[in-house]
Structure formats: structure tokens, C-alpha cells
Design a protein around this ligand. Structure first.
Ligand code: AMP
Length: 311
């Protein structure tokens, strides 16, 4: 089994109350791939410019990630995003988005990328997500992420893309904006009526919630004393979530399995926010990851003990 991801491969400029980075490796596909690579082989699909160098490739290759479908446009510039966070790290402002090489990109997947059984359409233009989806005929589980920019500028294509996947991961505000529904339970049900059988609402430092036809499952974010930069946390979550699915090629992809996948997503996202960009996840060990999943289980589990209630 392997995982294919299409999404942004980026240089990010980020300011948080704890520091600034003017140009660091980022992008939804990059954050996703570094997380998913703990579970399976990952193929990254997307373009970069001539400014994307060996050092950037090496971060991915060091984790065994397949970069054959990263198309380098020597005269072009890599996708660029600039964002800023205030004290409330759930709240960020996008100051600049430059699609650059993504504006002309037409994905042509290698046989290995097309054969993946798990596919993640990370945040990028919905039309590109659809083109990649169409080429991945062997997939048994496809999920999609998006953001307000695409809800506002390409809603019809996004709704089409959503109708072609098994699972949607969006943050609360995006779910509300997309459906026009204030209540998340209703918003998730509406999206499931468009086609997907699972919806994950990402809730930043408050955790994540899973909605399927078989029920609901929620996990808080892992409690951390130090949070430096939340950029890419959602993509790391998706990488852990989808990676766990990919690691179970024979298991039924039911509510129970997706609930366990949420734990790996939550643990990976928690490491991501401890440092800027990909810094922490790029040197994370599998022992550290397993230990945190165990800790997460301990702090979210309780033993039901009936008590005599009055009245
Ligand atoms: P997250 O914090 O999980 O939403 O992901 C942040 C990452 O998404 C950054 O590394 C950015 O490079 C990337 N990003 C920001 N805006 C966009 C966009 N409009 N399309 C694709 N990727 C984006």
C-alpha cells in the first residue's frame, strides 16, 4: 500500500508571538507527507520553482518520501504564503498568497502515484484536486482538505471535488462557511449527503471531531505547555490520520478504525506546533510518537462508575 498526496509545496513566512521565520519549507503536501511517512510510502505530487533546492528535497527524502512527481519548473517560483498569528493561536491572518508555479500546473502522475490505495487531496485549487482524484483509480480511501480562499473563489469546483471523496477534513469555520450551517453536527450531516461517509472537524487547540453514519468521536488536542507555530498542524493531523488508514490495508475502514486514526493525527499535530514549520516533525522518532499516543489514551479515557443520582 502507499499514499499519494497533492497539495502545496511552499516557502512560508510566518510570524507568531514567539518569533518569525522569513522563508521556511512548508506547504500542505509537505506537512502531510512528513507525518504520513511514519506509516507508509508517500508520493508527493506538485510543482516547485527553480528556487526549491537540494536542502528542501533532502528533508523529504530523509524520510523515504518519493519526490519523483514533484515537478521542478526551473524558471518558476515556488508557492509562497505569508501568515501571522496573535496571542490566540487559533486565529491567523493570511497576508500574502502567491500561487506561482501552481497557476499553470497540470498534474501528470507516475504509475506509482496512481496506484496508491490512500490518497489525500491537501489544500490547493479544487480543480487540481479533482484532476489528481481522477487519475487515482485504485484508491480505496480518498480524503480532501480545503480553506476559505477556495470556498470563496471556487465553491462549485470544491463541492464537485467533495462529492468524489470518502472523507472531508475542514476546520469548524470552514465547515460553517461551506454549508451555511451554524451547527457543526448539521454541517457534517449535510456534507455527508454530498457523498463522503466521514467528516472531520478540526478545532485547533480544542482538538478534532469525527462524524460518520455510525456516530461521533471527539478528541481534545494534546495539552502542551509550549506552542510556537501552529502552521501545518491540520496537515500533520491529516498525515497521521491517513497514514494510520494506509497501515491497515485489510481492515474495514469503519468508525472504530477512523477513531483510532484520529489519535495518531492528534499526536502528530501536537509535535508539529512545538517548533516552527516542519522543524519538529522532521526529526521526530517513532518511539516519541508511540509514547504520545499512549499518553493521549491515558488522558482521554475514563471508567464509567455509576453514582446514585437524586431525583
Ligand atoms: P495549515 O496550518 O494546516 O492550514 O497549513 C498551512 C500550510 O498551508 C502552509 O505551509 C502554507 O504554505 C499552506 N497554504 C496556505 N495557504 C494556502 C493556499 N491557499 N493553498 C494551498 N496551501 C496553502
Amino acid at each position: 500500500m502507499s499514499v499519494t498526496v497533492v497539495g502545496s509545496i511552499a516557502f512560508d513566512a510566518v510570524t507568531t508571538p514567539f518569533g518569525t521565520r522569513d522563508r521556511m519549507l512548508g506547504g500542505s503536501a509537505v506537512h502531510f507527507a512528513l507525518a504520513a511517512a511514519f506509516f507508509d510510502e508517500v508520493h508527493v505530487v506538485g510543482p516547485v520553482g527553480g528556487d526549491f533546492g537540494e536542502a528542501e528535497y533532502e528533508v523529504l527524502r530523509a524520510r523515504g518520501i518519493d519526490t519523483a512527481d514533484i515537478e521542478r519548473v526551473p524558471g518558476g517560483r515556488t508557492f509562497f504564503w505569508r501568515g501571522e498569528y496573535g496571542w490566540d493561536l487559533n486565529d491567523r491572518v493570511t497576508l500574502d498568497t502567491q500561487l506561482n508555479v501552481f497557476a499553470e500546473f497540470e498534474p501528470k502522475l507516475s504509475a506509482a502515484s496512481r496506484a496508491a490505495e490512500v490518497v489525500f487531496l491537501a489544500n490547493i485549487q479544487p480543480e487540481l484536486q479533482r484532476q489528481v482524484r481522477a487519475q487515482c483509480g485504485a484508491a480505496r480511501f480518498v480524503a480532501l482538505d480545503s480553506m476559505n480562499l477556495w470556498i470563496e473563489t471556487a465553491r462549485d469546483a470544491l463541492v464537485e471535488a467533495i462529492s468524489e471523496v470518502d472523507c472531508v477534513l475542514l476546520n469548524d469555520a470552514e465547515l460553517r462557511q461551506l454549508t451555511g450551517e451554524a451547527n457543526l453536527v448539521r454541517a457534517a450531516r449535510e456534507i455527508r449527503a454530498w457523498g463522503p461517509r466521514a467528516v472531520v472537524a478540526k478545532q485547533g487547540e480544542y482538538g478534532a471531531a469525527l462524524f460518520t453514519d455510525d456516530g461521533f468521536f471527539g478528541l481534545p488536542a494534546f495539552p502542551l505547555e509550549t506552542v510556537i507555530d501552529p502552521t501545518g498542524a491540520g496537515d500533520c493531523f491529516a498525515g497521521g490520520f491517513m497514514g494510520y488508514v494506509a497501515a491497515h490495508p485489510n481492515g474495514e475502514l469503519d468508525h472504530e478504525l477512523l477513531s483510532r486514526a484520529m489519535a495518531y493525527g492528534t499526536a502528530l499535530a501536537s509535535f508539529n506546533v512545538e517548533e516552527f514549520g516542519v522543524e519538529r516533525v522532521a526529526r521526530l522518532t517513532s518511539d516519541e510518537l508511540s509514547e504520545r499516543v499512549g499518553e493521549l489514551k491515558r488522558i482521554t479515557h475514563f471508567i464509567e462508575s455509576p453514582v446514585a443520582l437524586r431525583g
